[in-house]
Every structure is written in C-alpha cells, then in structure tokens.
Design a protein around this ligand. Structure first.
Ligand SMILES: NC(=O)c1ccc[n+]([C@@H]2O[C@H](COP(=O)([O-])OP(=O)(O)OC[C@H]3O[C@@H](n4cnc5c(N)ncnc54)[C@H](O)[C@@H]3O)[C@@H](O)[C@H]2O)c1
Length: 355
C-alpha cells in the first residue's frame, strides 16, 4: 500500500482536533511530513506533539517540498484559493477545507489549474462521506414521490463544545497586522463575489461559506440542484438564515443559526407520502459521534421508526479514505472543485433574494 506524505497549511482547531487524529489513525496510508502556520507557537507545539520534521511560515515553501505528495488546506478561508492554486501548480493533490474559495473567479481558476495538472482536488465536506448520509441518498433515489424536504442546522458557538473537550494550541503570537490582512482579504473577496452590501448581508454570505456550505452541498447531493430559490432572508445581523428551494413538485425549507447553547442540532429530512428519512448529525469536534439515519414508515396499524448507524468511524476518517482512493484510482471526488462551484452559484442566488 502506498503511503502519501501530507503537508498541512494552517494548524489550528480543525487540523488539531479533526485532521491530525484521523491521519494518525490512517498511518498506513498517510504520514504528515510538513506543517505551515503563521504562528510559531502553533507550529512548534503541534509539530513537537505530532513529531512533524519540517515546518514553514510560508505555504509557498511547503508546497515545493519533494517529500510532500498531498496538501491539506486548513488556514483561514481568505487564503484557500491561493494555497490550492500554489499546491496544484506544484503538482500536489489537495484536500481543501470548506469553503474551497469565495468567488466564482477563484473557483474557475482552480478548476482550470486542476485539469491542467491532473491532480485530485477534494473539498472537505466530510458530512457527505458519512455512511448514514450515503445510505439516505440511496433511499431517496428509490422514493416514488418527495413531497417536502427540510435542512436544519442550529448550533451553539464551537467554543462551547471545544473548550470542555479538547486542548487546542492557539496562535497567541500572531501579529495584529497578519490577522487584519486575512479579514481584509476576506472582505475584498466577498465584495467581489456579491458586490458591495450592508454588513448583515456580508455576514450572511460568510455564514453560507462556513457552516451552511455543509448543509447546502449535502442538500444538492441528496436532492439534486434546485430549480431556484423561492425566498431567502437573514436576521440578527446575518447570523440566522431562512430560505426555500424550489424543486418543482416540492419545496426544501432551509434554516440555520448560531446561538449560545452548547448543543448541535443539524439534520436533513425528506418527506415521501408513506415514509420520512432523517439524517441526524452531531458535533464534529467530539470524534466518532454517530451520524444516524432515522426512517419512519407506515405499517399496517401505525408507524415503525428505524434508527440506523451503518458503521463506526469518524466522518473525517472516511473523507480521508475516499481522498486516498481517489488519488490511487485517478478519479474525481464527488466533492470536487466543480461540485463546490455549484454551492457558490446557489449562495449568490440566495444573497440576491435576501436583498
Ligand atoms: N469541515 C469542518 O467541519 C470544519 C470545521 C472547522 C473548521 N473548518 C475549516 O477549517 C479552516 C480552519 O478553521 P479553524 O477552525 O481550524 O481555524 P483556526 O483559526 O483555529 O486555525 C487556522 C490556523 O491557520 C493559521 N494561519 C492563519 N493565516 C495563515 C497563513 N496565511 N498561512 C498559514 N497558516 C495560517 C492560524 O495561525 C491558525 O493556526 C477554515 O477554513 C474552516 O472553514 C472546517
């Protein structure tokens, strides 16, 4: 079995809690050989703990290393497109955390560069690799009729769950101007994507790129691309969103928000005339929590509710295994750059409706 050497750009919460433990578990397939972070405290602490030999402050250096075959991109969203392009142009396979990028221009540049370099670019939508979700997709394809669907994602701030459950080495040493640069780039790219807009609309677009990208992309795999957006609205400064997607013979309701309750309430529901499917997600920050499929069906005298948890194994682990298979078999991931572009198209339609 070939072992791929991984370089990680951005070694914060996601890398420390979600990716490094998954890669450690998959040691036959992956070995982390290089890290990049703008914080020496983070890079030193993470590098020492996981015994990673090479460390760089600049991602341009990391992507040029001969002992890096694949690059995980988990730094702030503002840089995802630039790092993806640099890695692809250096001939590396890329697993890029969501969002892959912020603008359609960046998406098109990544799609073109990937085709030229003939490498794998996979977007980190781990929820779509969960066996319960894959099983739900199979069952939806067999449904004779869909009458209604619902995508719901209301969660507490990540810190409410991370603080009591993990130790994260944080970049307390990052200069203020470096932090300011990331938010200035993010703001500039959002204006490029949606035009100048009031602050709540920009916040809504950030939420779509962040948490909601999981929901909307899963909705697309489960139900296909909708015909359009019937309505979309933001409230509470863009921290709460509601929308309805037009699927012709049915409507998919979408609702999301972030509050102060330390819980994770995320699900996808599909209503047929005689059965209801529900995929239920839990927080990714506590590893290996089951992702369940609940099927409610009519029986002779009442209803049967069946709870399935098709396998153990964290969704991030399965995402990395799929990435491995995609590289070895030269196949396009289902969460490809082209697939991500469709999310951007929908986000822009939703923003238009909000306006
Ligand atoms: N798939 C998921 O469920 C999931 C969950 C959490 C985060 N994420 C994604 O992962 C990414 C990182 O999120 P996070 O929560 O770990 O953030 P974080 O702020 O904890 O970590 C980001 C790290 O990147 C470093 N960094 C900043 N600028 C950099 C640069 N120019 N080059 C290299 N390193 C740089 C920071 O010092 C920090 O250590 C985001 O894109 C986020 O959307 C995905």
């Amino acid at each position: 079995m070939k072992q791929f050497r991984v370089g990680i750009v951005g070694c914060g919460e996601a890398a420390q809690i979600l990716h490094l433990p998954s890669l450690y578990q998959l040691a036959d397939q992956f070995a982390v050989t290089a890290l990049c972070d703008v914080s020496p405290v983070v890079m030193g602490g993470v590098g020492d703990h996981w015994q990673v030999p090479k460390r760089f402050a600049d991602y341009h250096e990391l992507v040029q290393q001969d002992d890096v075959d694949v690059v995980l991109i988990a730094n702030p969203n503002a840089y995802h497109a630039d790092v993806t392009l640099a890695a692809v142009e250096a001939g590396k396979h890329v697993l890029v955390e969501k969002p892959m990028c912020i603008t359609l221009r960046e998406a098109d540049a990544i799609i073109a560069a990937r085709q030229k370099a003939n490498v794998v670019v996979q977007v980190g939508y781990m929820r779509r690799y969960a066996p319960a979700f894959v099983r739900a997709c199979e069952l939806v394809r067999q449904m004779e009729k869909i009458c209604l669907a619902r995508v719901h994602d209301v969660i507490g701030h990540n810190a409410l769950i991370i603080e009591p459950t993990s130790r994260v080495i944080r970049g307390t040493d990052i200069p203020k101007d470096v932090l300011a640069e990331a938010s200035a780039i993010q703001n500039r790219l959002i204006v490029e994507a949606i035009g100048d807009a009031p602050a709540p609309i920009k916040s809504a677009y950030s939420l779509l790129l962040g948490l909601s990208s999981h929901d909307i992309s899963a909705m697309r795999e489960l139900l296909g691309m909708p015909n359009g957006v019937l309505y979309a609205a933001q409230r509470q400064g863009g921290l709460y969103l509601s929308a309805a997607f037009d699927y012709g013979s049915y409507v998919c309701q979408f609702e999301t928000g972030v509050d102060d309750l330390p819980r994770f309430d995320a699900s996808l529901e599909v209503y047929g005339s005689d059965q209801v499917l529900r995929v239920v997600y839990d927080t990714p920050y506590v590893r290996n929590l089951p992702i369940r499929l609940v099927v409610t069906r009519a029986n002779e005298h009442g209803v049967t509710e069946q709870h399935e948890h098709p396998s153990w194994g964290d969704a991030f682990l399965i995402e990395w295994q799929a990435f491995y298979d995609n590289i070895v078999n030269h196949q396009d991931p289902k969460t490809s750059a082209e697939d991500f572009r469709q999310d951007l198209v929908l986000f822009q339609q939703m923003i238009e409706r909000m306006r």
